[in-house]
Design a protein around this ligand. Sequence first.
Ligand code: COA
Ligand code: NAP
Length: 269
Amino acid sequence: MLVDIDFKDRHVFVFGGTTGINLGIADAFARRGARITVASRKAENVEAAQVRLGAHGGEVFGVCADVRDFDAVGRAFAASVERFGPIDVLVSGAAGNFLCEAKDMSANGFKVVVDIDLIGSFHVMRQAYAHLRRPGAAVINITAPQSYIPMRYQAHACAAKAGVDQLTRVLALEWGGEGIRINSISPGPIEGTEGAKRLMAPTEADQVRAAARVPLQRFGVPEDIANLALFLASPYASYISGALIPCDGGGALESVKSTLELAGQAGAS
Ligand code: COA
Ligand code: NAP
């Protein structure tokens, strides 16, 4: 079930919006009449997303761009703004991750995730800035619990996502006066997505075990995150800026508890 808020003719740009959670967000806005732009690296993902989003009957524009390429990101915004006008909602969610202990991680392995998640997020917001509707634009960064919970094998993503959330807060300070709100969503494990498969649930049995550790006893679905994005982009959230909002079934609380338990065990030994 998706919340009922109208985005008719609003320009919604979702960077990294061609698969997974971010595609679910783009889909929710498309169902509500928005003009959608999706951008990512791979032409086949961009094309497939355009077909899926176009099925809702609205206008959809797809563009290939790597968030690591500042100029390509700028060109993507210029092309979409020429087509649909100023951006009402910007969602920035391109990311990469893999599990690897820090002692085994190559310098380039660390760098590639920081380049995509953190520096890429800066590129997206910096290049979008001139094109955001004033007043009224809403910017939403898709981050992760790695931002505030240290996780083994994810030194790169933990460092990068913490940086993204701090960018959210700084830009909320700097852009608030122009009527631009900016917030972060931190999803918990979301069923059927690349992130969940790579990081915690490669098999169905793993998913059942991992879901049992979530206080609400289930993985999320993309609609859970899309509903929060719709709310944050809507006038109902007009006094919310600089916030980091978990949408995780309470999972972050459980992880904090587990981390404390592990710390207690280490202290006892
Ligand atoms: N374990 C250890 N190191 C790894 C790795 C793994 N599983 N996967 C990649 N790396 C290292 C590579 O060895 C390379 O380092 P090196 O040059 O020192 O050998 C470095 O990371 C870059 O890898 P490369 O494959 O060239 O990067 P890419 O730009 O093609 O892809 C990734 C970026 C690695 C993040 C890739 O997984 C990706 O595109 N992910 C997007 C999808 C995703 O992760 N979704 C989940 C989001 S939560
Ligand atoms: P996903 O399906 O792999 O989505 C990543 C998207 O980013 C894809 O559209 C991908 O398309 C694009 N992308 C990757 N690298 C890019 C680059 N360099 N330049 C431009 N686009 C790039 O992953 P997901 O699991 O749905 O995760 C989506 C977001 O949610 C991420 O920010 C992730 O950190 C966050 N998150 C996910 C979970 C989860 O359970 N899945 C939990 C917490 C947080 P291309 O390959 O075509 O570039």
